[in-house]
Design a binder for this molecule. Structure first.
Ligand code: FES
Length: 112
């Protein structure tokens, strides 16, 4: 008996549209929005909504150390791991596997 994980790769956005200082928000029908971040040549995808409140992390600033600040109360998350880094954030944000193919960012939205 196994519960094989099913990978669902979805094309999200052109790499050119993702800035280093701010996340790019991806709205989804019937699901919470995603955030695409860039650190140098690397891309990361997380849930966009802060786990402390209803803030969009794409309205926050991305720092060179890979943390994004929440625009509501200034807590931060590591966009690489989703880990909360600064009070009042204490619950991780969800992160997704990423691939860059032909200049576009894809994420595995992994629905079982
Ligand atoms: S809503 Fe994000 S830190 Fe409070």
């Amino acid at each position: 008996m196994g519960c094989a994980e099913k990978e669902i790769w979805v094309k999200l956005i052109s790499c050119d549209e993702v800035e280093e200082d701010f996340g790019a928000k991806i709205e989804r029908n019937g699901a919470p929005p995603l955030a695409v971040f860039r650190l140098g040549a690397e891309f990361f995808v997380t849930d966009d909504t802060c786990t402390h409140g209803e803030a969009s992390l794409c309205d926050g600033e991305v720092f060179p150390n890979g943390e994004v600040s929440c625009p509501y109360h200034g807590g931060t998350f590591d966009i690489r791991s989703g880990a909360p880094c600064k009070y009042p954030c204490s619950v991780p944000i969800k992160i997704y596997k990423v691939r860059v193919i032909d200049g576009f960012v894809w994420a595995d939205l992994e629905q079982a």
